[in-house]
Design a protein around this ligand. Structure first.
Ligand code: ZN
Length: 281
């Protein structure tokens, strides 16, 4: 692997071929063509959203699940290059943009967002928290059914920079396990809560076969600024290559649900192609 921050379709294919040979896992191709994912964008400041759930950490909850044992067998993750910064945007070719929804799933809001996406035949990414998946596995099954991509957003949404490596590993590993159970595949993308990345998160993500995905435009819907403000942020921030951040949980998200009904058709009318990273079988 080269050191620069571009990774091209060709390199992805090479990596996929290696992974196929080594572990028999499905390869990964990011939507679009070469240079599908770029990390060269300036890093936006981490968004200190208020969606923290300060659940006390239970020592028993942070025991790593062994890869073998009494549980169902887990597929071996593809090891990736360790990055030093996350991916902030996707290819701008073909006026592509990507929609991402964090902190769910939530039975009050996620189904409405899925309905709107389905109405417009649009796929999105959902960065889910393991503790939210526990009681809402059916929503991940629906995401799989409807072609959405599910990423790992930790189990309890902690500020990773306050945790030690073993705690971060447990947060990530447990979440990948429950995603595999509910969605049918292990996640290939990880997003740090609050956009607060550290070296351990990059290293562990790479070990678990997950690329670090940040965002370009924060809708600030976590701050419930009003439906109109959310719409303005998306429509004003729209540009080729942009990754939009919204939230389908972590508080009252009725503004998010309402806003997407307006800004999604607007983006489509503007000729944007809303895409997701997808697997190559
Ligand atoms: Zn979050």
């Amino acid at each position: 692997m080269q050191k620069d921050q571009l990774f091209t379709r060709r390199r992805l294919l090479l990596a996929s071929a290696a992974a196929l040979g080594a572990a028999g896992t499905a390869g990964l191709v990011v939507a679009g063509d070469e240079e599908a994912v770029r990390t060269a964008a300036p890093a936006p400041a981490p968004a200190p959203g208020p969606q923290a759930r300060q659940a006390p950490l239970k020592s028993s909850a942070f025991r790593l699940q062994p890869l073998t044992g009494d549980g169902p067998p887990r597929s071996a993750p593809r090891r990736l290059k360790v990055r030093t910064e996350p991916i902030f945007e996707i290819s701008s070719r073909g006026r592509q943009m990507m929609l991402t929804f964090d902190d769910g799933p939530n039975p009050a809001y996620t189904p409405h967002i899925l309905d709107t996406l389905a109405r417009h035949d649009v796929r999105a990414m959902f960065f889910v928290c393991g503790e939210c998946v526990e009681d809402n596995k059916h929503l991940l099954a629906r995401m799989a059914e409807e072609g959405h991509v599910v990423g790992n957003h930790t189990w309890t949404h902690p500020l990773l920079t306050t945790l030690d490596r073993a705690e971060i590993e447990s947060e990530m590993a447990r979440t990948s396990d429950i995603i595999e159970d509910a969605y049918g595949e292990r996640p290939q993308w990880f997003r740090a809560p609050y956009g607060a990345w550290n070296r351990a998160a990059f290293q562990l993500g790479a070990e678990m076969g997950m690329e670090p995905m940040a965002w370009t435009v924060d809708t600030t819907d976590w701050d419930t600024p009003g439906t109109d403000t959310i719409i303005e942020r998306v429509e004003g921030g729209a540009a080729p290559g942009v990754v939009i951040l919204s939230h389908d949980a972590g508080g009252d998200r009725s503004q998010t649900v309402e806003a997407i009904q307006e800004w999604l058709p607007y983006l489509l009318d503007q000729g944007y192609h809303l895409t997701v990273p997808h697997r190559r079988v």
